[in-house]
Design a protein around this ligand. Structure first.
Ligand code: F6R
Length: 239
């Protein structure tokens, strides 16, 4: 794993956006694996600026998101589809039909999950997967457990994640209890992984991810086994 230490959140966002810019400029038909949450917001602003300045063209790009809450549709402001439209897609020239987020309202959940995994496979794995890091070590919504989940699946969110995500809802009871997420195996299919981490509240878990044993109790520790991972973190997270 390569670790890039940044002064602060802004520098982290710029450097991480730089990796996506370089990829899209070199490969206009790139497949980007994207994440939601607070951490990538600055990076998405950088990409929007680069598009507005004429540095980037997303017309051939495909995007595949990591996860979605069960029961939330695209119109729900806390759905991850809404987040992606709001923070990135509606500001750039990516084609809507080339953007993929698991369907939070799927009736046939098993079929939706299998189709999502097949989609990732149809690309031969995404070119670059962007990841944030949960306080409990999750990537996507792969919560700590006793095994690494291979494929896109339904997951019960744990109390740490519900607590962390309640800031976006009226109260903790409003946070969906289940989600759909790419598995650890799906994420590991990516050709390159860029994980961004910011803030002192992530420093203990980041230390475990980088230097601890590889184990499903710290899902992101599996990244130690991927051959092309760049962790871009600010000084507080790396303290
Ligand atoms: C979101 C996702 C999650 C977040 C993680 C960190 O699509 O996959 O794993 O990256 O929960 O969230 P923030 O950035 O809000 O701290």
């Amino acid at each position: 794993m390569r670790v890039i230490s940044c002064k602060n959140y802004e520098q982290m966002s710029k450097i991480a956006a730089g990796f996506i810019k370089t990829l899209v400029q070199a490969k206009p038909e790139a497949v980007l694996g994207l994440a939601t949450g607070s951490t990538p917001e600055g990076l998405y602003k950088e990409l929007v600026s680069a598009y507005q300045n004429g540095e980037l063209d997303f017309s051939q790009v495909h995007t595949v998101n990591l996860d979605e809450y069960e029961g939330l549709g695209p119109q729900h402001e806390q759905s991850y589809r809404y987040f992606m439209n709001d923070k990135l897609f509606k500001h750039i020239n990516v084609k809507e039909e080339n953007t993929y987020v698991p369907d939070g309202l799927a009736k046939n959940i098993e079929a939706m999950l299998a189709d999502y995994e097949a989609l990732i496979d149809s690309f031969g794995g995404v070119d670059l997967q962007l990841l944030g890091l949960g306080h409990d070590g999750h990537i996507g919504f792969n919560e700590p457990c006793d095994h690494f989940e291979q494929k896109t699946h339904r997951v019960k969110l744990n109390s740490i994640t519900l607590e962390a995500n309640k800031r976006f809802f009226a109260n903790i009871d409003e946070v969906p209890k289940y989600a759909y997420t790419q598995g650890i195996g799906s994420i590991m299919k990516a050709k390159q992984i860029v994980m961004i981490v910011s803030g002192a509240d992530k420093k203990e878990i980041l230390h475990k991810v980088l230097y601890g044993p590889v184990c499903p109790e710290v899902p992101a520790s599996i990244l130690q086994f991927h051959k092309n991972v760049i962790v871009i973190a600010d000084e507080k997270a790396l303290a």
